[in-house]
Design a protein around this ligand. Structure first.
Ligand code: CMP
Length: 140
């Protein structure tokens, strides 16, 4: 995983409201190849561990509750300069500030319910991918 991969989560509100297909289409049309994909519903303990870096922040408990409120789609995606290119496709964390044509502009409803997560560094892409996917679950 040498800069060519990033990790993503389609969040519970987007899955619940039937946006999985349209979001996957935008990901494909953006030139990303799916290297791993599955649906999971995190436990509280798993979400707390995944969001460990945010522990102590004012939105942490709410974030953990939200991310465990239903199933999510977790993905490993391949593209040159994957982390940066994917963040460009997603748009700003706050959907109101996201550019036209981005995933969050189209499908996000608030900073918390911003439809989709993308890793913010190569290091985190590796950590986050390893958190959810074993060797035999990925094609990368
Ligand atoms: P993401 O970058 O995927 O992972 C951390 C998440 O925390 C982020 O998306 C937002 O959904 C959420 N988040 C970040 N900042 C805030 C905030 N100020 N209020 C509520 N949620 C936030």
């Amino acid at each position: 995983m040498d800069g060519k991969y990033t990790f993503s989560i389609i969040k519970p509100n987007a899955v619940r409201t039937g946006k999985t297909g349209p979001i996957l289409s935008m990901i494909n049309e953006g030139g990303f190849e799916i290297s791993a994909i599955k649906m999971v519903q995190m436990t509280i303990q798993q979400a707390e561990a995944f969001y460990e870096v945010h522990r102590g922040k004012p939105f942490y408990d709410d974030l953990v509750e939200f991310m465990t409120s239903g199933p999510v789609i977790v993905l490993i995606l391949r593209h040159d300069n994957a982390v940066n290119e994917f963040r460009r496709l997603l748009g700003a964390t706050d959907p109101e500030k996201a550019e036209q044509g981005t995933v969050r502009k189209n499908f996000g409803v608030s900073v918390k319910m911003n439809a989709i997560h993308g890793s913010d560094s190569d290091e985190n892409a590796i950590r986050e991918s390893n958190f959810f996917f074993s060797e035999i679950e990925r094609y990368c």
